[in-house]
Design a protein around this ligand. Structure first.
Ligand code: PEP
Ligand code: MG
Length: 315
């Protein structure tokens, strides 16, 4: 019986009219990799590596990181593991990094910007990832990319270190979570191997609403058409260059939003492990043609509330 349930879980998620959507997992701890596979995840679409760096007084060694990445890659048994490089700063400070006070941490040194200011730590992370890449299907993803130049700088460093450790050639992609990268997606798409849209930050930065602000929680909605138009623009740019696009922000796990994202032609949805079975079931029960129609109408709405009303009407 359990074997049967697992069999069903492992089947791909295909709409009733034959459109396949990859369902991946967001994870932030080593044991979650195995659980992602058990739940039917077809990949890890986002490994938040912050867990290795937070809640401690000193940075993790290269060896410690290597062991963790390798264990997760092996637990996935050949399924892709997208390792996002450290996304500290902003709301995630690190005790062992002397950071100057910032009036607006979300607009300060965070994500890849912060990594570039700590070359030793950044190199040790890339070395660990590229060494682990010999033991599984690992891809690298940079957080908070705002320009082509920033991506090139990161990718050049990956290539330099790949030679150093004699690692395999691997895909390098970016989070699209800042409006500038969505707006410039056509140029970025020529250079990256993939995009993963981070709707949590993309919503925050597009609407200028703190993602954790209790009074703005209702309004800071990723279904705002301004955000959806950026998703649309990013997908078109990527597909124009033959690249794939995922969504790894919380919006991907919102059952109201999933059909719209699928209708916008996103290739992969990456969600928390417990959300995987329900998302796969939802995809299997919907029609891609309906999703496309819904998405087209959502793009023409004037606010998130109207988009939500649209979807309840459709249901
Ligand atoms: C996002 O911004 O949507 C995202 C997935 O990254 P994080 O939540 O870790 O900032
Ligand atoms: Mg983010």
């Amino acid at each position: 019986r359990r074997a049967e349930v697992l069999q069903a879980a492992y089947r791909p998620a295909i709409t009733i009219d034959g459109h396949r959507v990859e369902v991946a997992a967001n994870i932030g701890a080593v044991p979650e990799a195995g659980r992602a596979v058990q739940a039917g995840g077809e990949a890890v679409g986002l490994l938040r590596t912050e867990f290795l760096f937070q809640d401690r007084t000193d940075p993790p060694s290269e060896e410690e990181q290597y062991e963790a990445y390798r264990a997760m890659a092996e637990a996935l048994g050949g399924l892709p593991l997208i390792v996002r490089t450290l996304d500290a700063g902003g709301d995630k400070p690190l005790p062992y990094i002397a950071m100057a006070h910032e009036d607006n941490p979300f607009l300060g040194q965070r994500g890849i910007r912060l990594s570039f200011t700590m070359p030793d730590l950044f190199r040790s992370q890339l070395r660990a990832i590229l060494r682990a890449a010999s033991h599984g299907e690992i891809k690298i993803m940079f957080p908070m990319i705002t320009s082509v130049a920033e991506f090139r700088r990161g990718r050049a460093l990956v290539e330099e270190i790949r030679r150093e450790v004699d690692g395999p050639e691997i895909d390098v992609g970016i989070m699209v979570e800042v409006p500038s990268s969505a707006v410039m997606a056509d140029l970025l798409a020529r250079e990256v191997d993939f995009f993963s849209i981070g709707t949590n930050d993309l919503t925050q930065y597009t609407l200028a609403m703190d993602r954790g602000h209790p009074a703005l929680a209702r309004e800071a909605d990723g279904l705002h058409p301004a955000v959806l138009r950026m998703v649309d623009q990013t997908v078109r740019a990527a597909h124009g260059e033959g690249k794939w696009v995922g969504v790894c922000g919380n919006l991907a796990a919102d059952p109201v939003a999933a059909p719209i994202l699928i209708g916008l032609d996103v290739d992969e949805l990456s969600v928390g492990v417990p959300n995987i079975p329900a998302l796969k079931a939802q995809i299997r029960s919907m029609a891609y043609e309906d999703a496309k129609d819904l998405a087209r109408r959502a793009l023409a709405c004037d606010g998130a509330a109207e988009v939500r009303a649209l979807t309840s009407e459709a249901a």
